[in-house]
Design a protein around this ligand. Structure first.
Ligand code: FES
Ligand code: FES
Length: 162
């Protein structure tokens, strides 16, 4: 059946069953391959995207659960030529090793900073803890999120834009 969803500000008509995981729809139907299939069981965070402003695990989120809430993926944050602020911070901190977890990490961090542009280090750690990185790059990832948050503060006191 045809289901309408909004992804990165664009309305998309998808021909899929309501029970199809959002991750499959993004990757297979919309060719948005940033979000990754890791465990497929809601345990690693590689598939993290934002739905209605929240970080969600798209491998265990059925299409039917999205409804009219906007979906945001890493493709919506910037491009290789014009990376967004958070993507730049990850580049500057060299936070990717193999890179497999990074799209999910960035989207989980994005969800935090959109809600709380001035998180404490403890809040960053707690928020990011769900997402796993096999390469052990966590300290650099945390530094990247810190850098982006500090940039928000420097850019406008009340948050600036990511
Ligand atoms: S692939 Fe979704 S949590 Fe691991
Ligand atoms: S950079 Fe390799 S899994 Fe995170």
């Amino acid at each position: 059946m045809t289901i309408q969803i909004q992804v990165n500000g664009r309305a998309q008509a998808v021909d899929a069953e309501p029970a199809t995981p959002l991750l499959y729809v993004l990757r297979d139907d919309l060719q948005m391959n940033g979000a990754k299939f890791g465990c497929g069981l809601g345990q690693c965070g590689a598939c993290t995207v934002m739905v209605g402003g929240e970080a969600v695990l798209s491998c265990i989120t059925p299409l039917s659960a999205v409804g009219t809430r906007p979906v945001k993926t890493i493709e919506g944050l910037g491009t290789v030529d014009k990376p967004g602020a958070l993507q730049r911070a990850f580049l500057q901190e060299q936070a990717a090793q193999c890179g497999y977890c990074i799209a999910g990490m960035v989207m989980r961090a994005q969800a935090l900073l959109e809600k709380n542009p001035a998180p404490s280090d403890e809040q960053i750690r707690e928020h990011m803890a769900i997402n796993l990185c096999r390469c052990g790059t966590h300290m650099r990832i945390l530094r990247a999120v810190r850098r982006a948050a500090d940039g928000l503060q420097a850019n406008g006191g009340k948050g600036g834009t990511l």
